[in-house]
Ligand binder design. Structure first.
Ligand SMILES: [Zn+2]
Length: 351
C-alpha cells in the first residue's frame, strides 16, 4: 500500500497524464469535449484497477464504488471534476478526483460504501452535479478535495484548510444612460456623460467591497455606445460580479451597490460535523486548523444546497495563488498531507 509522499508522487504523475490530454498550452478539457471524455475514460481505468464498481449516470458523471459491508447505509462520496477552463492548470478539479481515488483506496472497505465521483462540466456552471442532484441518488456525505485557487492559506502558513462554505454572489448588468453630443462643442457643464456615471459606479463598487470584510466586487466588462472617440458616451453597460461569505454581508453589499435587480445566489454553509471531522484530522497530524470561505463555486456547494452534508478540504496554492492558468501550483508535500487527512476522514465517516 502506498502512503504519504509515495502516494502523492503517484497522484502528481496521474495529474500530468490528465494535463497532457487535449493538447496545446495548459489543460484544455472543456465540459463534454473529447478531451474531457478521454479524461473520464482514463480515470475509469484507474478506478477499475483499484477494484471499484463503475456507474455512469445520464449526465455522464462517473462514480466508482467500493462496496461497504452494509450497502444499505447512506454512501460516503469524495471527488471533484475533470473538466478545465481553456488553458487551465494541473490541479483544479483533477486533484480532487485523482486524490480522492487514492485516499478512498487507502481508506479501504468499511461499513458504508465509499465512492469517488468525477462530475462533468463544472467550470461552466456545475452542470454535472446539478443534473445529479435533480435526477439520481445522492450520498449521505460528500467531501471534496480541491486547490484553494487563492493566496490565503499560503499567507497564513497553512498547508491545508477546511472550507466553511461558499460565498453568495450577485451578478448582472447595469445600464447607464446619458446624451450623445459633440466632444468639441458641448461645454462640460452641459453634458450627461454615461461613462462618467459608470466610472463612478465602478469606484463605488470597489469602495463598498473594501469596507466589508471578505467581500469582493468586480466590473469585468464595459460596453460604451456609440463608441466614438469624439462622441460623448450615450449608453454604457457594465457587468457586476460581487461576492460575500454570508447573507448579511451580501445584503450590505447589494444595498451599497445601489443598482437595480441582480441575479442572486445565496451563500452555502458546509456541514458542521464534516468540517469538525476534517479539523480533527488536521490537528492529529499537527497542522493548524485553518478555516476559510471559498470565493469560487464548487460541486460540493451544489450538493450542499441540495441537502447533502458536504465539506471541502483546500490544499495551499503556491505561485501567489494563481489558478485557471498553467502556472497553478501546489507542492507534493502539501498534497501528501491532504491525502492523509482525506483518507482518515473518509475512514471515520464510512466506519
Ligand atoms: Zn475546480
Amino acid at each position: 500500500m502506498l502512503t504519504g509522499v509515495d502516494a502523492a508522487g503517484r497522484v502528481l504523475e496521474r495529474l500530468e497524464q490528465l494535463y497532457a490530454l487535449g493538447g496545446g498550452r495548459g489543460a484544455n478539457r472543456l465540459g463534454y469535449s473529447e478531451a474531457e471524455d478521454e479524461a473520464h475514460e482514463l480515470v475509469a481505468r484507474w478506478m477499475e484497477e483499484a477494484g471499484l464498481e463503475l456507474e455512469r449516470d445520464t449526465a455522464g458523471n462517473l462514480i466508482g464504488r467500493l462496496r461497504g459491508r452494509r450497502p444499505e447505509l447512506p454512501e460516503v462520496w469524495t471527488g471533484s471534476h475533470l473538466d478545465s477552463v481553456p488553458e487551465g492548470g494541473r490541479f483544479d478539479g483533477a486533484l480532487g478526483v485523482v486524490g480522492g481515488l487514492d485516499a478512498g483506496a487507502r481508506a479501504g472497505r468499511e461499513e458504508r460504501t465509499l465512492a469517488v465521483v468525477a462530475f462533468r462540466d463544472e467550470e461552466r456552471g456545475c452542470s454535472g452535479s446539478r443534473a445529479r442532484v435533480r435526477e439520481a441518488s445522492l450520498p449521505g456525505a460528500f467531501l471534496e478535495l480541491h486547490v484553494e485557487q487563492g493566496p490565503r492559506l499560503a499567507d497564513a502558513g497553512a498547508p491545508l484548510g477546511v472550507v466553511r462554505g461558499i460565498v453568495g454572489y450577485v451578478r448582472g448588468e447595469v445600464l447607464f444612460e446619458g446624451r450623445a453630443g459633440h466632444a468639441g462643442t458641448t461645454p462640460m457643464d452641459r453634458r450627461t456623460d454615461a461613462l462618467c456615471a459608470a466610472a463612478e459606479f465602478v469606484l463605488r463598487a470597489r469602495d463598498v467591497a473594501r469596507a466589508i470584510p471578505d467581500v469582493v466586487a468586480t466590473v469585468g466588462r464595459v460596453e460604451v455606445e456609440p463608441g466614438g472617440s469624439n462622441v460623448i458616451p450615450a449608453r454604457v453597460r457594465v457587468s457586476i460580479d460581487a461576492r460575500a461569505p454570508d447573507a448579511e454581508r451580501l445584503d450590505r453589499l447589494v444595498s451599497g451597490l445601489a443598482v437595480g435587480p441582480l441575479q442572486r445566489t445565496e451563500p452555502v454553509a458546509f456541514d458542521g460535523d464534516l468540517r469538525a471531522a476534517l479539523r480533527t484530522e488536521l490537528e492529529r497530524i499537527g497542522l493548524p486548523p485553518a478555516e476559510l470561505v471559498s470565493g469560487a463555486g464548487h460541486d460540493a456547494g451544489i450538493l450542499a444546497a441540495a441537502g447533502v452534508p458536504a465539506a471541502m478540504l483546500f490544499v495551499r496554492s503556491l505561485a501567489g495563488g494563481v489558478s485557471h492558468s498553467p502556472e497553478e501550483e501546489s507542492s507534493g508535500e502539501d498534497v501528501a498531507l491532504a491525502l492523509d487527512v482525506l483518507a482518515a476522514a473518509l475512514c471515520r465517516l464510512a466506519a
